[in-house]
Design a protein around this ligand. Structure first.
Ligand code: G3P
Length: 218
């Protein structure tokens, strides 16, 4: 499963990429607003840091507007993926962009029928939102399982990009459910490495090593 950072904060992207943890990045209008940066400049900078797919979302909601914005966003860098909403116009834009060889991430997917439509439109990625389904007492992970079964059964190659991930359990569960990608807030990526027994064990090793008075580099 690939790891994408779900953020527009450059410092976080730079740090996590430095650890070799990032296969790509996803952004959305809310994340851009939160970061406070200029949208086009931010995408340009991210695309220079991470060579993998960088999702940049259109702001228009009509087909013509989405296509015009997609042209601007695609021109920023070769690794920009155009993110469109799961609406009729979004699906139409997805189909046209894919026919022109552009990578597309269809976002705001909350049902199996929506995932079916995204795959039929040739989406490179579909983004089911796990956390937001859990928020309203539905089962986000069940949707990931269902999409995996649907795509495998019907032979679709659209990648399942598990989004709206809120905690480390979402990550492991999405991996076990067969998601191709998980996009995660930086703090969730950092939390994946954490275990109290790792910290405790390392502290004991450091203390015992000190007792020996030895040095590896003499
Ligand atoms: O990028 C879309 C998605 O990951 C948003 O997550 O936490 O705002 O539901 P959240």
């Amino acid at each position: 499963m690939d790891f994408f950072a779900d953020t527009a904060v450059i410092d976080d992207i730079r740090e996590l990429n430095g650890y070799g943890l990032l296969d790509g990045v996803t952004t959305n209008p809310s994340l851009i607003a939160k970061s406070g940066g200029d949208f086009l400049d931010t995408i340009r900078e991210i695309a220079q840091i991470v060579p993998g797919p960088i999702s940049a979302e259109v702001a228009a909601t009509d087909y013509a507007g989405m296509m015009a914005e997609a042209q601007v966003l695609s021109a920023i860098a070769e690794n920009v993926v155009i993110k469109v909403p799961l609406t009729l116009d979004g699906l139409k834009a997805c189909r046209a962009l894919r026919a022109a060889g552009t990578q597309v991430n269809v976002t705001l997917c909350f049902s199996i029928n929506q995932a079916l439509l995204a795959a039929k439109a040739g989406a490179t990625y579909v983004s089911p939102f796990i956390g937001r389904l859990d928020d309203i007492n539905l089962d986000g992970m069940e949707l990931i399982h269902a999409i995996r079964a649907l795509y495998d059964g019907q032979g679709f190659d659209t990648q399942i990009l598990a989004a709206s991930i809120r905690n480390p359990n979402h990550v492991s569960d999405a991996a076990l459910a067969g998601a191709d990608v998980a996009t995660m807030p930086p703090d969730v990526i950092r939390a994946l490495v954490k275990h109290p027994l790792t910290d405790k064990g390392l502290a004991a090793f450091i203390a015992d090593w000190k007792q020996t008075g030895q040095k590896i580099i003499k």
